[in-house]
Design a protein around this ligand. Structure first.
Ligand SMILES: [Zn+2]
Ligand SMILES: [Zn+2]
Length: 197
């Protein structure tokens, strides 16, 4: 069984919250972007409801290094942290192959620079379709079209084309999911893909 659960739909307005996701793939439990939230319960409570103790989380995947996506990494004491270029566990700094690196049998890291030079996306072949967790978009309506703090907008455009060709569902950095139909973005209500509660 491979499933993707939105734990917290992010936002970016006068306040900033990260989209936080759990991926279950065989024995792997991957938390994506445990960053800024109004309270840690907004990450831990939905995990509890899914029957996932924090000690059982095997990986934390980081879309990039900004604090709004990273400040709660330490909630998961046994997790291997994976970013665009390496794996980090206790005091070990370990290589991975980069683009195409598989964290688990059906989840794969893609290098998707542009927001920062250190951006990566997590592509999961879940039982209900291909889900991509990424900061190539911020919100469920696909905005902002031009990333106001991008280091390389052209690289973002290339990454978006690659993701839209593969994804059924995209969970952007600061919003609920959207569906991809014929290469275009179709926002979903959070309730439709959030099985929590
Ligand atoms: Zn950022
Ligand atoms: Zn962000």
């Amino acid at each position: 069984m491979t499933s993707v659960h939105l734990l917290h739909a992010g936002y970016a307005n006068d306040r900033v919250g990260s989209s936080v996701v759990l991926v279950r793939d065989g024995d792997a439990r991957i938390v994506v972007d445990p960053g800024m939230v109004a309270g840690r319960g907004l990450i831990m409570d939905p995990l509890h409801e899914l029957g996932v103790p924090p000690e059982s989380v095997t990986h934390v995947f980081l879309s990039h290094h900004h604090p709004d996506h990273t400040v709660n990494i330490a909630l998961f004491p046994n997790a291997e942290v994976v970013d665009f270029h390496a794996r980090y566990r206790d005091d070990l700094w370990l290589d991975h192959v980069g683009d195409g690196y598989r964290l688990s049998p059906r989840s794969e890291l893609w290098l998707t620079p542009g927001h920062t030079e250190e951006d990566a996306s997590l592509v999961v072949e879940a039982d209900d379709g291909v889900h991509v967790m990424t900061h190539l978009w911020w919100r469920s309506d696909g905005t902002p079209a031009i990333d106001p703090i991008a280091s390389d907008q052209a690289a973002i455009e290339a990454g978006r084309i690659r993701v839209l060709a593969a994804a059924d569902i995209v969970i952007p950095g600061h919003g609920g999911p959207f569906r991809v139909r014929s290469g275009t973005i179709e926002p979903l209500s959070d309730a439709r893909v959030n099985p929590v509660g």
